[in-house]
Design a protein around this ligand. Sequence first.
Ligand code: AMP
Length: 412
Amino acid sequence: MKFNDYNLHPQLQKGIEKAGLKKPTDIQFKVIPHILKGEDVLAVAQTGTGKTAAFAIPVLHQLHVQKQRSRRQDGVRCLVMVPTHELALQVAEVFDKLGKHTAVKTLALIGGVDQAPQIASLEKGVDVLVATPGRLFDLISQGHMRTSRIQMLILDEADHMLDLGFIHDIRDLQRKIPRNRQTMFFSATINGRIKKLAYNLVSKDAIRIQFSPKDPVSKNVDHFVSFVEMDDKRFFLERVIREHSNSKVLVFVRTKVRAERVAKAMERVNIESLTLHGDKDQKARNEVLNTFKRGHIQVLIATDISARGIDIPNVEYVVNYDLPDKAENYVHRVGRTGRAKNRGQAVSFCSPDEKDMLKEIEAFINKPIDRLEVDSLEYKNMRLMSDESGMTLKDMMKEIEEIEERDRKKRK
Ligand code: AMP
């Protein structure tokens, strides 16, 4: 199967080729024909599956063909709602790239930036609007954005939108846009709440695709696990941080108390970090996040709840200091790395008590996680090291290397 087989407009085909996409991914294969037919779609699909192009390609085709037929096409015709600024920019970029040679114009509408240029673009004519809820509603209420021409509504990462509390915004929007529209609903996970929202938005005949990919996590992420004792995890964390001193490291722990404790342990070995958990108010969390985003601090230690629903930028390294208590959360955690074309690494510290969860995670992501063997001598020495010694792991490793070097010389 090739993209050519869908009879897409040649101008779109050109964009697809230039973007280097040769064959549809599984999700694209499953949803593109339905979207082209104008059907509603409800798909469960994670990032990394090619889901963005799965909706962008058929939408671009339909809008471009419409524009070719009649030049008078004013007003936004496709609205893509996304939970975060980062995703809005990413999705708009995919539309721009694939639609480069078509007549379709895309705009990312996000808050936190001047709205005047956005209004100017809307006035000039935008076909596809990729928006986070806040700024969208501002512009609608100020009369800068007409919703009456919307023919297609796409909700991307709907589960994340619910986590962020956007449910009322989505409901409001539903009242503002034409009923007679095509709706495409994408979510990485599915549960009762998400289903309820989905069934409210899509038509009864929507095509449902429970896409359980062979690999639900991005292919750009390398996964590793180290088997360590619970009390030794901090030494391993110290090592990871020092070995990746040029990378942003996001560390997940199970509880807020542990977050603070790990931060203290790192402080003792002169590693600065910040924590993100439910005991901090929104303002404090934003401050922490901005410091981390700007790269003023290398290490962020977070709990699952606090990390879901906020826009953490792409990080190079995710450490599962504690394994999550639900396998599904593993996917959310590692989804913070390896975004777009970047490569990422995820390392999990698995204590003997956590081995069952590791099995569940491997079953959930449908692949074994590579074992990161720790040299037994190295580990033994690491365990011998106590906090009181005042030695950092780095010093200790150096010492071990020196001893080994001496031994080697002796043997010669
Ligand atoms: P997404 O799931 O939309 O975040 O896409 C994940 C990655 O897959 C992106 O880097 C895309 O450029 C890439 N991608 C999307 N469709 C294809 C395709 N048909 N062939 C190869 N790569 C693709």
